[in-house]
Design a binder for this molecule. Structure first.
Ligand code: ADP
Ligand code: MG
Length: 307
């Protein structure tokens, strides 16, 4: 590849909203045959909304929102923002949490007004991790399970393609929150274009399988790898590479950074976190997944013209 031709390629890339780290990136795109897509913030807008609150046995909805919202207010996760905004709207000013901790890919924990609170995946409750350095109002290390009514609420929410978030405090599950996120308008067309370039799309997410499958159906992806913890996303990419595939990965979150770096071609959403952008080889400036197809087509074309 001559430097001039590559510069033409990258200049056109900038016009299309694609930033390319270096000319060597273009070489890889020719060989890519698989494209792994993060769900939240990549295929979906990541702008979630709190849609419903299901409480267990007479729990006060405002109290649920107050305690869950207080914790989520301290997190920057798209789900956390939705819960905090919904809680503030329903329950007024939120108290400040103590001993706040973010548990990547699972949720948040901390102490709010003396209550040891957990908000996140059912798995977070099942881990028996008590919030805070001291056990507050509950035995240390005991796994919390959802009562049947909340299990049902969770299953129904997930069947409807929504994400169900569990809320527990002082050793008891108290509520299930429903949050949902819309698929980006451009995602289905992007998947079609990627397939037309001969790429196999795979949806990769930390979210529940039912939710992931519903999103996949909506955009035309038939392979789904769900319930993957942030630190394990990189292993999914490695495994696909071990099968002999050349893998592109598209992501937006801190939790995608390692997988973006591991992939043969890392594409970061420009609307995403700095960690993702730093780890990627390419940035899709506008966060439009169609630019992923444009980037691959453009790179191949650039290389084609300079053979
Ligand atoms: P994705 O891979 O789709 O970008 P994440 O790995 O960020 O998703 O999160 C995976 C799952 O963990 C979420 O779907 C949610 O159930 C749970 N989760 C993560 N962070 C939070 C949080 N702050 N509050 C509630 N749930 C959370
Ligand atoms: Mg994401």
């Amino acid at each position: 590849a001559t430097p001039t031709a590559l510069m033409v390629g990258t200049g056109r890339g900038a016009q299309l909203g694609i930033l390319i780290k270096g000319p060597e990136v273009l070489e890889t795109t020719r060989k890519v045959d698989t494209i792994v897509l993060d769900k939240t913030g990549t295929v979906t807008t990541g702008r979630m909304a709190l849609l419903a609150v299901h409480t267990a046995g007479g729990e006060d909805e405002k109290q649920v929102l107050r305690l869950a919202g207080a914790l989520e207010h301290a997190s920057e996760h798209p789900i956390a923002r939705a819960v905090a905004a919904g809680a503030a709207a329903e329950a007024g000013p939120l108290p400040a949490p103590e001993d706040f901790a973010n548990v990547p890919g699972l949720g948040v924990r901390g102490v709010v007004e003396g209550h040891a609170v957990l908000v996140g995946r059912e798995k977070l409750l099942g881990m028996g991790v008590p919030p805070g350095p001291e056990p507050v109002g509950g035995p240390r290390g005991r796994a919390i399970t959802l009562p049947p009514a909340l299990e049902r609420a969770k299953a129904q929410a997930e069947a409807a393609g929504r994400t169900a978030i569990a809320v527990a405090w002082d050793g008891e599950a108290r509520a299930v929150l429903e949050v949902a996120d819309a698929v980006k308008e451009t995602s289905a067309e992007a998947i079609l274009r990627l397939r037309a370039l001969g790429l196999t799309p795979i949806l990769l997410t930390g979210d529940n399988k039912a939710v992931a499958e519903s999103v996949a159906r909506e955009v035309g992806i038939d392979q789904v790898i769900a319930e993957v913890l942030p630190q394990d996303k990189v292993d999914v990419v490695k495994k696909l590479q071990a099968e002999g595939r050349t893998v592109a990965m598209v992501g937006d979150g801190v939790n995608d950074a390692a997988a973006l770096a591991q992939a043969d071609l890392g594409l970061a959403m420009g609307t995403g976190t700095d960690a993702a952008i730093e780890a990627g080889d390419l940035t899709l400036v506008r966060g439009d997944l169609r630019a992923a197809a444009d980037a691959i087509r453009l790179s191949r074309k650039t290389l084609g013209t300079i053979k």
